[in-house]
Design a protein around this ligand. Structure first.
Ligand SMILES: NC(=O)c1ccc[n+]([C@@H]2O[C@H](COP(=O)([O-])OP(=O)(O)OC[C@H]3O[C@@H](n4cnc5c(N)ncnc54)[C@H](O)[C@@H]3O)[C@@H](O)[C@H]2O)c1
Length: 269
């Protein structure tokens, strides 16, 4: 690092409590972006319902954030319905739905080699889950006349990669289109729906992959204008904004948090 532009900014955490009294459901809350977001939303005053298939991590997230754990497989309609019902029954409202759980398995690769099983599994976890979560959250939000839905897509929903994960990319394109449509359909009922499109995030998985193969990291980093991957806390900060009343005119967007990747042609050396 040669200057301050590539460092992740130091943060002492939020200075405001924009979500006091609000209830937020976070799927995939046990790890990565979901965990960082559960922490951030709780620190801004929200009651957080932490959903995950991983019971140990999900419970730990709920304990740390003072929220509630809901064991949920987001591909299961009944479990998803039970998740949002839990939020409503325990806290009285469903104000924020951060539909974030997703997978990126190694057998989802080039279209030339990706089998139907891998294709379908990724579609189920990444796209069908978002359909189910929105379907379950919307009736509560319509009744309240208020709500913010944030669906995790990805920057690969808006640009192509030669290092393909074909089902993942297609699933995120689906999340983006579905979010836009819902944002338009329910706009006059006080409900906003946005697709969050993060760039690559500095997760343990990514670190392990790139530690083993630095060339693989470099191939990607050269496309990032800021010269580094995102921290999960930086993505969580964007979710908190979209969840809060600071974003009341932000709706049906592809909300890129990608360090400028999607806007770049030639990046600084
Ligand atoms: N990490 C990145 O670089 C990056 C970039 C863009 C978008 N995303 C997206 O962000 C989201 C979160 O990614 P992450 O990097 O934090 O991943 P992660 O693997 O760290 O966390 C995902 C969590 O989802 C849970 N999960 C998986 N399948 C589930 C299921 N069927 N039901 C309930 N929970 C389930 C896992 O147990 C895990 O706790 C995903 O949708 C991912 O596609 C990630």
């Amino acid at each position: 690092m040669t200057d301050g532009t590539t460092a992740a900014p130091h943060s002492d955490g939020p200075l405001c409590r924009r979500l006091a009294g609000r209830t937020a459901v976070v799927t995939g809350a046990g790890s990565g972006i979901g965990l960082a977001t559960a922490r951030r939303l709780a620190s801004e005053g929200a009651n957080v319902v932490c959903a995950d298939v991983d019971t140990v991590r999900g419970k730990a997230a709920a304990e740390e954030t003072g929220g509630t754990y809901a064991e949920t497989d987001v591909t299961d309609k009944e479990q998803v319905e039970a998740l949002f019902r839990t939020a409503k029954e325990r806290y009285g409202s469903v104000d924020v739905a951060f539909n974030n759980a997703g997978i990126s398995p190694p057998d989802d690769d080039s279209i030339l080699t990706t089998g139907l099983d891998a294709w379908k599994r990724v579609q189920e976890v990444n796209l069908t889950s978002v359909y189910l979560c929105c379907q379950a959250a919307l009736p509560y939000m319509r009744e309240q006349g208020r709500g913010s839905i944030i669906n995790t897509a990805s920057f690969v929903a808006v640009m192509g990669a030669a290092t393909s994960q074909i089902s993942y990319t297609a699933s995120k394109g689906g999340v983006l289109a579905m979010s836009r449509e819902l944002g338009v359909q329910f706009a006059r009922e006080g409900i906003r729906v946005n697709a969050l499109c993060p760039g690559p995030v500095n997760t343990p998985l990514l670190q392990e992959l790139f530690a083993k193969d630095p060339e693989r990291a470099q191939r990607r980093l050269v496309h990032v204008p800021v010269g580094r991957f995102a921290e999960a806390t930086e993505i969580a900060a964007a979710v908190a904004f979209l969840a809060s009343d600071d974003s009341t005119f932000v709706n049906a967007t592809e909300f890129l948090v990608d360090g400028g990747i999607a806007g770049a042609y030639v990046t600084p050396v």
